[in-house]
Design a protein around this ligand. Structure first.
Ligand code: UDP
Length: 429
């Protein structure tokens, strides 16, 4: 069993909160400094199941060093396991997002519990102490249940678009949530009515404006990068950037594109994707998509691009699509809007939080509607630029990492019982 059970520390590059000064309001900056003061030295651990690929890793890569810069003692650990485990947890993810057909047999439950129990043991064996441990999504969710003598505040950070269609899987997971002190959801409507956690917080994720993916990129450079990947930048381009996942509706995107192409024959489509290590479905979906579009020379399916390449696509595409059927938040929406590129998104979950229909993009319920909106924006440059500017304003105000950090500091400051610990550590510093 040992060969596929481990917990690995993720190293992150240092970041300074001061570099965000010109990008956020003075008020938010001061709030961060003030909120961090009483939490100085607080020991915080984030646990998730991948350091690369997908939104959670993206968020932690910025949040962890910034909290550190604010004086908190933060680290990030990733649980490692074999494909069988991640098949089970992707099934849980799919069940929580509304797939009612998924059943967890006793073998699956046993393996899920064994991996979580072993990770609880590994955590305990570290002989470290924490004030707050954040467990992200279903993969490490049961660790507190198996942690003997829990002495930290356990926070469940749910990034999923929770839909109540699979009671059996939810009831199974619910029993492990009894041990939690707080739960965080991206939207109020995702909080299950029977959640056994009393302290509930709604905190939407955010993007880091200073990463290679989100930093302002010169348009000429962006064009060169995209051309190198086989796209003709003199012709219009629409792009979706997403893990290869059916919830992101890649087939709906292709359908919408094919309809629009009849009206705008020079149109090109790029599906830029990746497969996170904790998402075993990704590669199979990638291969199916490649096969599906092999005769369509204007559709590019691109895998594992660098942050700069993703930035280039988000910068020079006329429209970014995020046609998800379910979406916890959808960082890709804010990423594109921050670059003044309008987004057409599925009318679901966290996408609805970011797009005000008709103002900074469009919300759609079907490939046909998506196609109509694509044509409308592509044929009206004035509208496209106006939506782009509105998008950047919204992201700058609500969806940049410092706001996320402010909200999490506020959450932690609501746990006075732990202050004693924090003060003690403070003296050591
Ligand atoms: N992403 C990427 N390359 C890809 C596909 C996705 O870097 O080929 C990034 C994307 O830019 C975003 C994150 O992965 O930062 C996906 O987060 P999101 O919230 O949109 O979706 P999730 O994968 O968490 O469901």
């Amino acid at each position: 069993m040992r060969e596929y059970l481990a917990m690995r520390k993720v190293r992150v590059y240092p970041k300074s909160i001061r570099s965000y000064k010109g990008l956020i309001s003075d008020e938010l900056y001061s709030e961060l400094i003030e909120l961090a003061k009483p939490l100085k030295g607080a020991r915080i651990l984030h646990i998730n199941s991948t350091s690369n690929g997908g939104g959670v890793a993206e968020i932690l890569r910025s949040e962890v060093p910034l909290l550190h810069d604010l004086g908190l003692d933060v680290s990030w650990q990733v649980i490692e396991a074999g494909k069988e485990f991640f098949d089970i947890t992707k099934g849980m993810h799919n069940a929580l997002q509304g797939n009612g057909k998924i059943v967890l047999n006793s073998e699956s439950r046993k393996l899920y519990e064994r991996v979580n129990a072993y990770n609880a043991h590994l955590l305990k064996a570290k002989k470290e102490q924490w004030d707050f441990v954040f467990f992200h999504d279903p993969q490490p969710l049961a660790i507190p249940h198996f942690y003997d003598g829990k002495d930290f505040n356990a926070i469940w950070r749910c990034h999923i678009h929770v839909s109540p269609n699979n009671k059996a899987v939810w009831d199974y997971l619910k029993r492990f949530l009894d041990e939690y002190d707080a739960g965080i959801f991206s939207l109020k409507e995702f909080i299950p009515g029977d959640l056994p956690i009393k302290k509930r917080f709604v905190i939407p994720p955010a993007i880091d404006p200073l990463t290679p993916k989100n930093k302002k990129m010169d348009e000429l450079r962006a064009r060169k990068i995209v051309e190198k990947l086989g796209v003709d930048t003199r012709r219009p381009l629409v792009t979706q950037v997403s893990r290869f996942d059916l919830w992101k509706d890649p087939l709906g995107v292709i359908k919408a594109y094919i309809i629009t192409k009849k009206r705008i024959p020079e149109l090109q489509l790029a599906l830029v994707g990746s497969a996170a290590s904790d998402d075993p479905e990704g590669m199979a979906i990638y291969r199916q998509l490649k096969d599906y579009v092999k005769t369509e020379k204007d559709i590019k399916i691109l895998k594992d691009l660098t942050e700069e390449q993703v930035n280039a696509f988000q910068t020079i595409s006329q429209i970014i699509l995020q046609k998800s059927i379910k979406e916890g938040f959808g960082l890709t929406v804010s990423e594109a809007m921050f670059k003044e590129t309008p987004v057409i998104g599925g009318n679901v979950g966290g996408i609805r939080l970011q797009i005000v229909d008709g103002k900074n993009g469009c919300l759609v319920d079907s490939p046909m509607e998506c196609a109509k909106r694509m044509a409308m924006i592509l044929e009206d440059t004035h509208l496209r630029l106006k939506m782009g500017r509105a998008g950047k304003q919204i992201v700058s105000k609500y969806f940049l990492t410092p706001r996320l950090i402010r909200d999490e500091l506020m959450l932690m400051s609501k746990f006075p019982a732990k202050k004693e610990n924090i003060a003690k550590i403070n003296v050591l510093f």
